[in-house]
Design a protein around this ligand. Sequence first.
Ligand code: NIG
Ligand code: FE
Length: 412
Amino acid sequence: MRTIIKNASELVTCKGGVKYGKAMSDVGIIKDGALVIEDDKIIAVGTTEEILAKYDNGDDMVINAAGKTVMPGFVDSHTHFIFGGYRADEFSWRLKGDSYMSIMERGGGIASTMKATRAASFDELYSEGEKRLNRMLSYGVTTVEGKSGYGLDKDTELRMLRVMKKLNENHAVDIVPTFLGPHATPPEYKGRDMDFLKFNLEEVMPEVKAENLAEFADIFTEKGVFSIEDSTYYLEEAKKLGFKLKVHADEMYDLGGALMATRVGCTSADHLLMASDESIEALSKSKTMATLLPATAFSLGAEYARGRKMIDMGAAVAIASDYNPGSCHTCSIPLIIAISCIYMHLTIEEAITALTINGAAACGRDSLVGSLEAGKKADILILEKPSINFLPYCTAMNIVESVIKDGTLVKG
Ligand code: NIG
Ligand code: FE
């Protein structure tokens, strides 16, 4: 079965692979663009004239995208979308002046979600996860990274990952799973961080590998959570077990987490609100993706990461939602585009690159998704407006009209 999408006012290809620095502003727009889908893949991209001359045989299904923008599906490369319970009460305390870290120190925060997640059944986690994926899909997310990290024990960590595996099989959105056992030290291991890391490395992660439940290993490197020394040990050992690496780095304090990420060869260093000039320079000379999570800074009322500087220095930047029950309970792509452009001073083109091909690279999917090119998966959005300029202009409003996933219309 072949489908032709034609007459797109702007067809945004994002072609050419992962992009660093200045190159992020090249999103490869074709005016009056068209593309051809065969089964679940894109087989050709060009102007409407070129595509119709070569491929139109009268039998194809044709979608007329006149007055609309066609672009790759968004890749949300950092989320914690599987969890039990909510923390709306903590949000209200923060509005009154409490801080994220002081709530965590009092036994709330991640520990509170840990209790609710341990108590949740597979089916409960699955059905909540499914609803959250539906919402993400409505925003145009076609690939999402999802982390464990609210079990902090073997059974619950494995349950979270098995839920993601089943959702990946059944739901249109593709899921890239990450093991985040060291998200916090659970009460059973209080004061024994290294023992907890060894427990993860020796007792949990071999099983995660054996069942092929996660591609990445992640850790929350933060003052009062895991130190640079312990995180380095964990990441080096996780690499030996065959995991690709990510790190929550320099979110509340500048511990040098981003610098560590470049040294141990992380695929991405995420958050980076407090990253130092030295860290930004190291990132810009490395292949490690700087993954920025502006809705988290927004929700916490914190300073934004220095995205403009990172790109100017030559780093590859991705943006993602960080959707989770605590620091950032939103998966709104329109909101994070608006914040990225207005407050982190990314151009619209850079924000698109950060949410498509660079997001795909941040979760190891850049050879499959993140751009509209022959050979890539047909994960395609049609926006209701004629130009990418409408993405931040329609501030925090969803303008995704149709979503095509693996060649099939799943929204619109
Ligand atoms: O990325 N910073 C650590 N982890 C999450 C928040 C987790 C939570 O508060 O439940 C984050 O912001
Ligand atoms: Fe996170």
